[in-house]
Design a protein around this ligand. Structure first.
Ligand SMILES: [Zn+2]
Length: 319
């Protein structure tokens, strides 16, 4: 869980000053820099299992649907302020309607070549990404595939220190290209990613890490249809979980995804965990439902992703 630290408090004060500066028309990037300076002490290696999926041996395994960190209320507020400020200064026209993203796949295998992902699976994964995102103006094209046999990276890709090493070594043009790394994260985590405001846009830290068997054709049923990559790409473009903030007023900051108290599992259509209007958005890609259940992003999620790209990751849209 996210903890409030002294550093966070300091970041909050500094961000407040930055907001004042941007509102007064001073340097706009100050707010983005402050967001990047927040230290996120999220222990993703300590997450408790919340799902079950089929392991490589065919048996059930407890796992973690997503290890992307939660966001604090103050951070949501400042991201929103940064976007509003950007759109005021650059104009809404700066928001691209069509964004084509090159994708480089890094298949990190065991020393004996195990945990491979085939070219056919990669092609299917791109199809799933395109089928999910294209109606919202995002398309994905293959930039390349790199396969490497290295036990340490394949097995310890959930570790923050190991993650830095393989990303620093392997990332291809992170400013313009989505780097997807497959491996076998400990704790049976299906995937994790970062938000656009987390790092400078050319940082090698951007990208998505996926369990190798959660790609289409993998063994991780019911998470074997490629929607883990869609979910993590949603984070990569700036979306939060539909249950982020639970039934609170802010919830996930997206008004056309009804509030939701907690993550869904399976496909509980009709579930309603908050007293406010609307059933839980269990078919939304940013919930935790089974791959066969999730099928949509909302219009406001699309706009939020494009606003995040325009503000924090303009290189992705060729700007
Ligand atoms: Zn997630």
């Amino acid at each position: 869980m996210t903890k409030t630290t002294g550093l966070r408090g300091a970041a909050f004060i500094a961000l407040t000053i930055a907001i004042g500066a941007t509102s007064a028309g001073a340097e706009e990037p100050a707010l983005a820099r402050m967001l990047q300076s927040i230290e996120h002490d999220f222990d993703r290696e300590g997450l408790e299992p919340g799902i079950e999926f089929r392991g490589e041996d065919g048996g059930p395994r407890p796992g973690v649907r997503c290890a992307t960190r939660p966001v604090a209320d103050f951070e949501l507020q400042f991201v929103g302020s940064a976007i509003a400020e950007h759109l005021r200064s650059a104009g809404v026209g700066h928001r691209m309607e069509e964004i084509e993203v090159p994708v480089h796949f890094h298949i990190m295998r065991k020393s004996n070549g195990g945990w491979n992902v085939t070219d056919a699976q990669i092609g299917e994964q791109l199809d799933v990404l395109n089928n999910s995102f294209s109606e919202h103006g995002f398309t994905f094209v293959l930039d390349g595939v790199s396969r490497r046999n290295k036990n340490r990276f394949a097995k310890k890709c959930l570790s923050a220190s190991v993650e830095k090493k393989f990303k620093k070594r392997y990332a291809v043009n992170p400013e313009t290209t989505l780097n997807i790394y497959t491996c076998r994260p400990k704790q049976d985590v299906l995937g994790y990613a970062y938000f656009p405001s987390d790092y400078p846009e050319d940082s090698f830290m951007h990208g998505i890490v996926l369990l190798h068997s959660a790609l289409p054709g993998g063994t991780a049923a019911p998470y074997d249809l490629g929607d883990t990559a869609v979910h993590e790409a949603g984070h990569y473009f700036g979306l939060y979980h539909t249950f982020e903030g639970g039934c609170s007023k802010k919830n996930d900051r997206i008004s056309d995804t009804p509030r939701e108290k907690e993550a869904a599992a399976g496909c509980p259509i009709g579930r309603d965990t908050c007293s406010q209007p609307g059933l839980d958005p269990v078919t939304n890609f940013m919930d935790y439902s089974d791959d066969a259940c999730v099928e949509e992003f909302t219009p406001e999620q699309e706009q939020w992703m494009k606003d995040q790209v325009a503000t924090f990751r303009p290189g992705l849209s060729g700007s």
